[in-house]
Write a protein that binds this ligand. Structure first.
Ligand code: MF3
Ligand code: CO
Ligand code: CO
Length: 269
């Protein structure tokens, strides 16, 4: 049970993969309007990755133990879907919220990131708040990252903020180490106790990707073998970045020209 320390050469490849992963989200942003289907979004992203970037969509045929191969190139999680939503032929509606989760492979290394999108001009204010609080949660987690910190510091900070907002944190899925392998050690929990878990060291790379529910934390898996929804059908939101531990703190690898800025201040003081 060891967490890999990336070499300078690997870190440079992860910077490239991270930027490319983020650029897929930049590219697809103007297409996220009422009427487009998630299958069309998947096709556009797939073609951009393969034909424009020369990247490989990591989800396509991804098959962790106990799963069937994932059938599409991206994950599209709409409204009460927590994660791993499979793109389909249902059009997005004005007022929907959708998470697009993109993982590219470039030169053997993975860049994994996701953003929330508000569909149309009629998204309820409670849905916007959930997305914004979840974005804050991701950044509050990122701000814990530095050599000597414990992984539990990330989860504790996120859980405290999410629960203060009246929301719940999904427990069954977590952030993860990443590099030439999509999901590797450590598991980066989005809940827990400060001062627990492994100690961070410069050169570690992992994701922070909190899934926050407006209602209860309980989940349900759909019969497609992948899609995870809230048991109480409440809305769920998620944001994800891939993070490098540096000598002095952190570097966000999944950054590009279109990345939303780090919050200047958090919604809840
Ligand atoms: N990108 C997801 C993550 O953040 C994993 C998706 S696995 C898939 O870890 F097969 F559903 F694509
Ligand atoms: Co991830
Ligand atoms: Co992801």
């Amino acid at each position: 049970m060891t967490i890999s320390i990336k070499t300078a050469d690997e870190i440079e490849k992860m910077r490239v993969a991270g930027r490319l992963g983020s650029e897929v989200l930049d590219y697809i942003t103007p297409f996220i309007v009422p009427g487009i289907t998630t299958a069309e979004i998947d096709r556009l992203c797939h073609e951009y990755m393969v034909n424009v970037q020369g990247t490989i969509p990591a989800p396509l045929n991804y098959c962790p133990p106990g799963y069937i191969p994932y059938p599409k190139s991206i994950c599209t999680s709409v409204n009460n879907v927590i994660c791993h939503g499979i793109p389909n032929d249902k059009p997005l509606k004005n007022g929907d919220v959708v998470n697009l989760d993109i993982t590219v492979i470039k030169d053997g290394y993975h860049g994994d990131n996701s953003r929330m999108f508000m569909v149309g001009d009629n998204v309820a204010s409670h849905a916007k708040r959930l997305s914004q609080i979840t974005y804050d949660c991701m950044w509050i987690g990122i701000e814990q990252v530095k050599p000597g910190a414990h992984f539990g510091d990330i989860g504790a900070a996120i859980q405290k903020y999410a629960e203060k907002a009246g929301y719940s944190v999904v427990r069954e899925f977590c952030g993860h180490g990443i590099g030439s392998v999509f999901h590797e050690e450590p598991q980066v929990l989005h809940y827990g106790k400060a001062g627990t878990g492994p100690v961070m060291q410069a050169g570690m790379i992992f994701t922070i990707e909190p899934m926050i529910n407006a209602g209860k934390r309980d989940i349900k898996q759909m019969n497609d073998g992948w899609t995870i929804v809230t048991k109480d059908r409440s809305l769920s939101a998620q944001w994800e970045h891939t993070i490098l531990v540096t000598e002095t703190g952190y570097e966000v690898l999944t950054i590009s020209n279109g990345s939303p800025a780090k919050p200047e201040k958090y919604l809840l003081g």
